[in-house]
Design a protein around this ligand. Structure first.
Ligand code: FAD
Length: 548
C-alpha cells in the first residue's frame, strides 16, 4: 500500500448554523481518489483501494478551515505501487511501513493452569481478552459489578443517594474509563503496533471505525459501556471466566512465588500467574501490598480544579467566530510554566461534556470529567492541574501520595458539606465565596452529582493555588475568556494518575513475588485508557509466554 500524507481539502459550510458531524465533513471517495491520482501521476481507474489512515482539522487559516488526510492507496499490484512511488519523488508519498501487531505466543494451546487477572479496567480487560483469545482461559476478578448494576449505583449516588465504595465511577466493569470521555489518544509510542491493536479491538467490539484514523479519537461513555460488555462476552466464549464482586484481599506466596489469591477475605484461588491491574484508586489494596513488603515507591502526580466554560467560547476561539459553532465540539490542550518553575496544564479535557463526582470513598470528594459519544453538551471542561512531588506531600513512604490525596478530598467534602464545591473563578481570584446565581443567565455547572456554590480558596496547598492562578491567567492569553470571572471551578481533581509505582522487572514481574505482574495505571505504568490497555497486552504476552 502507498501512503500519501498532508492531503488538504477545505471544509464547505453549506447550511448556515447547522453543526457538522465528522461523517458530514469527510470528502467523498471520488474526491480523495482524484486528489491521490493527481499526486501519484496516475489515472483514477488505477486506484483499486483507498483508506483514510489519519484525519485532522486544521484551523490555522481561519475563517478557512481545512481537513488534513493521510490516505492508504492500493494499486493493481505491489510492483506497480513501488514503481509509482519511485517515479513520484514527492515527500508526501511513501510505501506503507506500518507494522501489524502480532501476539508473540503462537496459536491456541490447551493450558492446564489458569492465569488470574485482578481488575477489569482497560489494563485487565485487554490482558484478559488476549489471554482468552490465545487459549489461556483466564479468571478475571473484579471487586465492582457489571456495567448495568454499576450504572444504577453510580446514578443513584449522583442523584443524592449513598456512595457504594465497591461500585462507583472508579470501581466496576471497565474500570475508571467506563464513565469517561473515552478519549483514546496516548503519547506512548509502540513500535510493535499495540496502540493500533487496541483501537482495532475496540472497533471489533463496537466502537466507530473513525477512531482508527481520527487524530484525537474518542468514543464517549455510552459507546464504551457497550464495547466493554461485548469484550466480556468474547472472553467467556473463549473459555475465560469473569467474576464480579470478587475483591482480591490477599496473596498466597510460597518461597517467593505466587501460589494463589485470597478473595473477599475468604476463598483462596490457586494461581501461579496474576496480573495486578487494580487502577489508581485501589488504596486498600496498595496499603495491603505495602504491609506485606511488596516493593513500591511514591510517584509524582498532579492535583488541581476542574474548569468549565461554554463550549461556544472554545469553538469560537479554536475555529473562529464565522464557522466556530458549525463544527464538532473543539478540544484544547494548554500548558504553562509558572514564575516558580512549576508546570500547570489542562488535563482530560472533555468537549461537550460533564463534570462528574468521581468519588470512591465515603467522606471524600473527587471530581473528573466525561462526555457522551456526541459530545453534545453546551459546556467544555478540563482539569487545570499542578504537578506535585513527594516534597509537596510533606510525608514520606510509598503511600505518602495517597495520604495527601485523602486529605484534599476530605477538605473538599467538608467545604461542600458532602456535595461537590463549586466557585466562579472571579470570586476565587478575589477570595470571595460564590453564591448561587439563581435564575440569572450565569453559567451553571454541568455536573453529574450534587454541587453547592462555595469558597475553594485554601483547598489546594498554597504553592499549588498560586501556580493554578498563574496558569489560568496564562491560558487566558491563548483562549480569551478562559480566566473570565464566569469560568466555573469545581474540586478536587486529585486522581490524575497513580500516586504509587509497584516495582517490576524486565519480565514485568514483581521482583519479590514471581508470577505477580504489576500492570496498568494503578501500578504506575500507564496514564489513560489506551496506554493502560497496551500495558495489559504486554503483560498478557509475558504470562502466555510462561506457559510454553
Ligand atoms: C471520570 C474519568 C474520566 C476519564 N476519562 C478518560 C479519558 O477520556 N481518556 C483516557 O485515556 N483516560 C481517562 N480516564 C483515565 C482512565 O480511565 C484510566 O487511566 C484507565 O481506566 C486506567 O486503566 P487501568 O485498567 O489501569 O485501571 P482502572 O480503570 O482504574 O481499573 C482498575 C479496576 O480494578 C478493580 N480493582 C481494584 N482493586 C481491586 C481488587 N483488590 N480486587 C479486584 N478488583 C480490583 C477496580 O474496581 C477497577 O475496575 C478517566 C478516568 C475517570 C475516573
Amino acid at each position: 500500500m502507498i501512503t500519501i500524507n498532508q492531503i488538504k481539502t477545505e471544509i464547505r459550510f453549506e447550511t448556515a448554523g447547522q453543526r457538522l458531524e465528522l461523517k458530514d465533513m469527510l470528502d467523498s471517495r471520488e474526491v480523495l481518489q482524484k486528489k491521490s491520482a493527481k499526486i501519484l501521476g496516475i489515472n483514477m481507474t488505477d486506484v483499486s483501494g483507498i483508506v483514510i489512515l489519519k484525519h485532522s482539522i486544521d484551523a490555522r487559516k481561519k475563517p478557512q478551515i481545512f481537513q488534513v488526510y493521510t490516505l492508504g492507496i492500493t494499486l493493481q499490484t505491489k510492483d506497480l505501487e513501488e514503481t509509482v512511488v519511485r517515479r513520484c519523488r514527492n515527500k508526501q508519498v511513501a510505501m506503507d511501513t506500518q507494522k501489524q501487531y502480532q501476539f508473540p505466543v503462537p496459536g491456541k494451546q490447551e493450558r492446564t493452569q489458569r492465569p488470574v487477572v485482578i481488575g477489569m479496567g482497560p489494563a485487565g480487560l485487554f490482558c484478559g481478552y488476549l489471554l482468552a483469545r490465545h487459549g489461556c482461559r483466564p479468571i478475571i476478578l473484579e471487586r465492582g459489578f457489571d456495567v448495568d448494576t454499576r450504572t444504577k449505583d453510580v446514578e443513584a449516588y449522583w442523584g443524592g443517594g449513598s456512595l457504594n465504595p465497591e461500585s462507583n465511577v472508579q470501581f466496576g466493569e471497565g474500570g475508571a474509563g467506563t464513565f469517561s470521555d473515552g478519549k483514546l489518544n496516548t503519547l506512548v509510542r509502540d513500535k510493535d503496533g499495540r496502540n493500533r491493536e487496541v483501537l482495532r479491538i475496540l472497533v471489533e467490539f463496537g466502537a466507530p471505525e473513525c477512531i482508527l484514523y481520527e487524530s484525537k479519537p474518542h468514543i464517549g461513555t455510552d459507546v464504551l459501556k457497550r464495547v466493554v460488555v461485548n469484550m466480556r462476552h468474547a472472553i467467556i466464549e473463549n473459555g475465560g471466566e469473569v467474576r464480579f464482586g470478587a475483591k482480591v484481599t490477599g496473596l498466597v506466596v510460597e518461597g517467593g512465588t505466587l501460589g494463589g489469591v485470597r478473595i473477599n477475605d475468604s476463598e483462596v484461588l490457586p494461581a501461579r500467574q496474576a496480573a495486578l491491574a487494580v487502577g489508581h484508586s485501589a488504596r486498600d489494596t496498595f496499603t495491603y501490598l505495602d504491609e506485606i513488603g511488596i516493593p513500591m515507591e511514591a510517584k509524582a502526580f498532579a492535583v488541581g480544579l476542574r474548569v468549565e466554560h461554554p463550549q461556544r467560547l472554545i469553538n469560537e476561539c479554536m475555529y473562529g467566530t464565522e464557522h466556530g459553532n458549525m463544527l464538532p465540539a473543539a478540544p484544547y490542550k494548554l500548558t504553562a510554566q509558572t514564575s516558580t518553575g512549576r508546570g500547570v496544564y489542562s488535563f482530560c479535557m472533555c468537549p461537550g461534556g460533564y463534570v462528574v463526582n468521581a468519588s470512591s470513598e465515603p467522606g471524600r470528594i473527587a471530581v473528573n470529567g466525561m462526555s457522551y459519544s456526541d459530545r453534545g453538551s453546551s459546556h467544555a471542561n478540563s482539569a487545570v492541574i499542578v504537578q506535585v512531588t513527594p516534597e509537596d506531600y510533606g510525608a514520606d513512604g510509598p503511600l505518602a501520595g495517597i495520604v495527601f490525596q485523602r486529605r484534599l478530598e476530605e477538605e473538599a467534602f467538608s467545604i461542600g458539606n458532602g456535595r461537590v464545591p463549586v466557585q466562579y473563578y472571579g470570586d476565587y481570584k478575589r477570595s470571595r465565596r460564590s453564591e448561587d446565581p439563581g435564575a440569572s443567565d450565569s453559567l451553571r455547572p454541568n455536573m453529574k452529582g450534587a454541587y453547592v456554590f462555595s469558597d475553594l480558596r485554601g483547598l489546594l496547598p498554597h504553592a499549588c493555588e498560586q501556580a493554578f492562578i498563574e496558569g489560568m491567567e496564562q491560558f487566558d492569553r491563548v483562549i480569551r475568556g478562559f480566566a473570565g470571572d464566569q469560568a466555573l471551578l469545581s474540586g478536587i481533581e486529585s486522581r490524575t494518575s497513580s500516586p504509587v509505582r509497584i516495582c517490576r522487572d524486565d519480565a514485568l514481574q514483581c521482583p519479590s513475588v514471581r508470577g505477580l505482574y504489576p500492570c496498568g495505571e494503578g501500578a504506575g505504568y500507564a496514564g489513560g485508557i489506551t496506554s493502560a490497555a497496551m500495558d495489559g497486552i504486554r503483560v498478557a504476552e509475558q504470562i502466555a509466554g510462561q506457559f510454553l
